[in-house]
Design a protein around this ligand. Structure first.
Ligand code: PHE
Length: 344
């Protein structure tokens, strides 16, 4: 009688125990090689079956094959169990605790000038005015002559100018030269545009004056544009900008490129008209200059002043922001101090 069946039994028991003990894929592979590999113990036993008496061989061979089957099944099961455990461990390690408090993300914000410009443009857009983009670098002719300000006109004193090294080329001192450009582009069609943009003046920088600031110019040209329309339009703007009940007034003024010319004031938004430091005890805040486009300017834009008329206005967004928030120093706008900028 052969010993093989007993050998098989103890080998199978040892292999099963080793499979159970294998703690990971590497250990499991070592067990597989040792018991089930081509040079492993089971293969050795199977080889010895060949040496048996032919009468014993089938029964013992069958036992051996059955043992091999069982061990292979057990190996596969153990492998799956280990893989599942590894997956579960990885998932547990990567698990996010959704109950942890979030980390605040520092957020940028829009510059106060950008905010007010957007608001102003929105209001004019609602009233049917399109945005017309003009240029920052202008010719002397556009900035002055064509706006009825000849070379030695005393009004040039109002705009101290940054000239470039190129003769007759300068940084615009106001957005009004855009009026000429818009007229020349649209002529002879009617015009309703606003022209927002940066302006530059060669000034001593103080709390009240900067070398750069924005303006929003407005221009309407057509066959029946009247002073009444100018006033109605600007009152409507003031009500949208400062609130429906806000009182406004027009004061006669002078600009070379408008005739007649005026300035519009709103009732002081701080004291409501009783007088305070913001309105310098007058009860009123000046917010823009305006007037009917001068016939010479219409002509320079290509429109016949006998047929066409127009109105124009210009306002300073920084000034409006200063009034709205009681800011006393215009230098804050371009000083890049976050303590200022973060308040908007
Ligand atoms: N350009 C003028 C200024 O810079 C403002 C203005 C524009 C006045 C249009 C009348 C009409 O002060």
């Amino acid at each position: 009688m052969t010993d093989i069946p007993r050998e098989l039994t103890s080998l199978e028991a040892a292999a099963q125990a080793a499979l159970e003990a294998a703690a990971d894929a590497t250990a499991l592979e070592q067990v597989r090689v040792r018991y089930l590999g081509r040079k492993g113990s089971l293969a050795a036993v199977l080889r010895s079956v060949a040496d048996l008496d032919p009468a014993e061989r089938p029964a013992v061979g069958k036992l051996a094959n059955e043992a091999k089957q069982r061990l292979e099944t057990a190996l596969a099961l153990r492998r799956e169990a280990l893989e599942a455990a590894a997956r579960a461990a990885a998932l547990a390690a990567e698990r996010a605790d959704v109950t942890l408090p979030g980390r605040p993300i520092p957020m940028g914000r829009l510059h106060p000038s950008t905010q007010i410009l957007r608001r102003i443009c929105q209001i004019w857009a609602d009233m049917g005015f399109q945005i017309y983009r003009s240029r920052d670098v202008e010719t002397e002719a556009m900035n002055f002559e064509l706006l009825n300000i000849p070379a030695h006109h005393p009004a040039r004193d109002m705009w101290d100018t940054f000239y470039t090294t190129v003769d007759g080329v300068l940084l615009r001192t106001h957005t009004s030269p855009g009026q000429i450009r818009a007229m020349r582009e649209y002529c002879p069609e009617p015009i309703r545009v606003i022209l927002p943009g940066m302006c530059y003046r060669y000034e001593q920088i103080t709390a009240r004056s900067e070398i750069q600031f924005h303006q929003v110019e407005g221009l309407a040209v057509g066959r029946h544009v009247t002073m009444t329309e100018l006033k109605g339009t600007l009152v409507s703007f003031a009500h949208r900008m400062f609130g429906a009940g806000r009182r406004v007034r027009f004061r006669a003024s002078h600009f070379p490129f408008t005739e007649p010319s005026a300035e519009m004031d709103v009732k002081c938004i701080l004291c409501g008209g009783t007088g305070c430091f913001l309105c310098k005890q007058t009860g009123w805040l000046e917010i823009l200059g305006c007037g009917m486009v001068h016939p010479a300017v219409l002509q320079n834009g290509g429109y016949d002043p006998a047929v066409f008329s127009g109105f124009a206005f210009g306002m300073g967004p920084e000034r409006i922001t200063m009034l709205r928030h009681g800011i006393e120093d215009i230098r804050y706008f371009w000083a890049n101090d976050l303590r200022f900028l973060e308040q908007f």
